[in-house]
Design a protein around this ligand. Structure first.
Ligand code: BTN
Length: 252
């Protein structure tokens, strides 16, 4: 893989409960180098956002966690970590699929959709001391060769989208390369560039989209994302609100 530090130190586990849990536990005792990648062929208790479960067929998909040490990043800018992870996944999918007919979008805050179906999810866990992010375990679940998903998940995989099998190792290398590129951009302070790239790949930007809020479905206009990472939505009345993930649910 063509990287300087992301994925240079690899820990492979034939089976583990969760690569994020494994990496976080290991960090309590060992000072791992930045960029260390933990991956497993079979994740038995994968964790998703907001306490959900991430299920993945054995040896079919990417279930990886990458250690970052963004001590240069002010805590108020922590949403940039979500943005670079989502961008890295986006560009990996675009590179692998290499087909302009396939629609690849980031669904705020950091789900990846291919033709409006979820293909990847990101779970970031930060260790914060003295107001700085000491380390961050960025967990990525990316569906690669799995062909069957429960219908209520509205999920897909690279193989379902492209009609052929993918080599897990190449998808992983591509992910590491894209992530390193975006991480170096973040480290060099190019925050506005990252923000613009993230917005350009965001589902629904500049459009009226249906959202459920307190049990009622409304069409709301997606204005953008606030500095803290809240979704900026405008009502028909003109009122603008920044909301977090607990306040609204996308319907699409
Ligand atoms: C989501 O809910 O969309 C986030 C899913 C994140 C899943 C990945 S798989 C590798 C890493 N280990 C975990 O337990 N979760 C993340």
């Amino acid at each position: 893989m063509q990287t300087l530090f992301i994925g240079k130190n690899i820990i492979f586990l034939p089976e583990t409960e969760s690569t994020n849990s494994y990496a976080s536990d290991l960090l309590k005792n060992v000072n791992l180098p930045e960029g260390t990648l933990v991956h497993t062929a079979h994740q038995t208790r994968g964790r998703g956002q907001r306490g959900s479960v991430w299920k993945s067929d054995p040896a079919s998909n990417l279930t990886v966690s990458i250690l970052l040490k963004p001590t240069f990043l002010e805590l108020k800018n922590h949403f940039f970590l979500y943005q670079i992870l989502a961008l890295a996944c986006h560009d990996t999918l675009a590179q692998q699929l290499n087909n302009s007919q396939i629609d690849i979008k980031i669904k705020w805050p950091n789900d990846l959709l291919v033709d409006r179906r979820k293909i990847a999810g990101i779970l970031i866990e930060n260790n914060i001391t003295h107001g700085r992010i000491n380390w961050c375990v960025a967990g990525i679940g990316l569906n690669v060769n799995q062909l069957l998903f429960p219908s209520d998940l509205n999920a897909t995989s690279l193989q379902l989208a492209a009609g052929h099998e993918f080599v897990l190792g190449s998808v992983m290398a591509s992910l590491c390369e894209h992530l390193e590129r975006y991480y170096l951009l973040l480290r060099s302070g190019r925050l506005e560039d990252i923000r613009q790239l993230y917005l350009s790949r965001l589902l629904g930007l500049g459009a009226w989209m249906p959202f459920e809020q307190s049990g009622v479905v409304h069409d709301l206009f997606v204005e953008g994302v606030s500095e803290e990472g809240r979704l900026r939505l405008r009502r028909r009345s003109g009122e603008v609100n920044d909301v977090d993930v607990k306040e609204v649910r996308w319907i699409f």
